[in-house]
Ligand binder design. Sequence first.
Ligand code: GDG
Length: 459
Amino acid sequence: MSDKSEIVIVSNRLPVHRVERDGGAGWETSPGGLVSAMTPILQDRPSTWIGWAGAADCSLEPFEHDGIRNCPVPLSTEEIANFYEGFSNSTLWPLYHDAIRTPSYHRHWWRPYREVNERFATIAAEVAAPNGIVWIHDYHFQLVPSILRTLRPDLKIGFFLHIPFPPEELFAQLPWRREMLEGLLGADVVGFQTKIGAQNFARLCRRYTEVTGTRDLDFKGRHVTIRAFPISIDFDRYESLARDPAVQQRAEAFKRQLGVNRRIVLGVDRMDYTKGIDIRIKAYGELLRSKRTTLQDSVFVQVAVPSRERVDEYQSLRDEVERLVGAINGTFGELGMAPIHYLHRSLPAEELVGLYLAADVMVVTPFRDGMNLVAKEYVASRIDEDGVLLLSEFTGSAHELKAALQVNPHDVDGLTNRMYAALTMSPTEQSRRMRRLRRIIRENTVYDWANTFFEALTA
Ligand code: GDG
């Protein structure tokens, strides 16, 4: 068998993580939609996944796990600071999310970004079989398509952006805007979460590069397909977890712990300033202050998974969230009973779905989000067709989940009113909306998403 791969995936992290066992260290497949969506496509074909293994200054040999060859790419401590925490997460991440925190532009971050992109592209060029397929994921690697195109013109190259692609006025700030656009134009297919993202990209390419065309583009004699591919979840997995008696018992236990007569309002997010965690806690505080809900009527649970903790903006968000929770609990709580329960940690999937099952209202209020899978997971878990999804208009999911109770998260009064409407929605209205939501997600799963992208790439 050739040691070259017909399919190569490039993403920031490998689909596995290292675990310490009795007999020494080993690898385990990481939970997550992307990994399971790729598995049916990668299995039975020689394939390689290229990514960072998650530890600094660590050089590892390629290895096989669960039928997929993993190729770990080393990053130095300096590269993690400049390429990952710097350019990726302090320049691109805020810029692409409506600049809700001011993006920082530093030339000493740009150079490592380009160098790391060159390293990943070089490895992809080495492992891909003649005429093979390379699918590159996300904002960390926007230069990889064009570098790879130069090294290996025979390849089919796809790129998918998991986060929003910003409008012209914002993207124009980026000092390296032309390089970034031309980097992406090295792909055959450039995929976005929404049509707006695809349109923003095409418009910017027409302004700053030599492309021709309106919807799809032609660049240097090649055709580049620009399209929206809204990502989704493994609907059946969430539905069957929700039917699992052990998970249902967890849900009942959560309800008992929190108080059987209290309606449960739930938020689940990475601790990220794009997610609107602070604003929803403020809105819940307003509900308590105006006595539209009380400590006895409802309880708010916020799970915030630790994320990018070495970036200052994330640290100050955590401080602010913890200050707000403390202030509201201090004002409205009683001994042995708090209005807000806040967990700063990640939960096992069974517990997460137990919480989805227990929650009467799911609050998803990002100021901007590429898609938001939590909203879709909540819907898939609601096997009894009840519960209310309160969803920000500024998520990719809002384009599909029209039957959710939609809200502008910048409007605290509006959000408070909608939260109240969610808490008091009639069972008939809940199930009318939930049935429609469930149908939409059932009809476009993460497997459909992956297949549609692959079809576009191999057409
Ligand atoms: C990016 C884009 C886009 C969360 N807490 C726990 C846990 N999670 C899992 C959820 C969900 C995932 O993390 C979060 O996905 P989101 O889509 O909500 O958000 P991002 O992490 O920002 O993802 C986003 C996505 O990429 C895919 O393209 O939708 O817009 O920003 O799956 O379930 N999982 C477990 N325990 C937790 O405590 N096990």
